[in-house]
Design a binder for this molecule. Structure first.
Ligand code: CUA
Length: 176
């Protein structure tokens, strides 16, 4: 099971849990209750939520930030300029070497598009927004040679589904 499958399942379970809570509250809303015990419970839940976030949420956030994916601006020997159009991608080159950072400079000529790069197995490996009037920089190192697909990740009109481009990643050159 890859990360994407896990996150889909997790989201689904959390949505069901949220729906269950909502239905439970909706059911309870019809019963008359004294104010004081309800208030006591609410304060206990609030205190629990607060300490849960501090003791569990904070360490998880810190742990997740141990690797910042948005650095490495300095060394990107390969650059691909990308422009999104309704409804195609324009890449000023489509072949890069594996193992060497690639900097994508991504913009759009019309509306917002989502620039998503998928490997041969259909797993999303990197993504950023393609926005009109702004260049987003995305640095990625392709570790595995092969053909990658660029798909649009944001609904942008009738032929959104057909915004497909290819990037060929070749064996990394030993001389860099
Ligand atoms: Cu471009 Cu969806």
């Amino acid at each position: 099971m890859n990360v994407q499958t896990v996150s889909v399942l997790l989201s689904f379970i959390l949505i069901l849990a949220l729906a269950a809570v909502f239905l439970r509250v909706r059911g309870l809303a019809h019963e008359g209750r004294d104010y004081a015990p309800v208030q006591g419970n609410a304060y206990r839940i609030r205190a629990f939520g607060f300490w849960f976030l501090i003791l569990v949420g904070l360490p998880i956030s810190i742990w997740l930030f141990r690797e910042n994916p948005y650095t490495a601006e300095a060394a990107a020997p390969q650059v691909i300029n990308v422009t999104g159009y309704q409804w195609y991608w324009e890449l000023d080159q489509s072949e890069v070497a594996a193992g060497v950072p690639v900097e994508f400079r991504v913009t759009s000529a019309d509306v917002n598009h989502g620039f998503g790069i998928y490997d041969a197995a259909g797993t999303l490996v990197a993504q950023t927004q393609a926005m009109p009037g702004y260049v987003n920089r995305l640095t990625h190192v392709f570790e595995t040679p092969g053909t990658y697909q660029v798909l649009c990740l944001e609904y942008c009109g009738l032929v959104h589904h057909n915004m497909i481009a290819e990037i060929v990643v070749t064996e990394g050159g030993s001389d860099g």
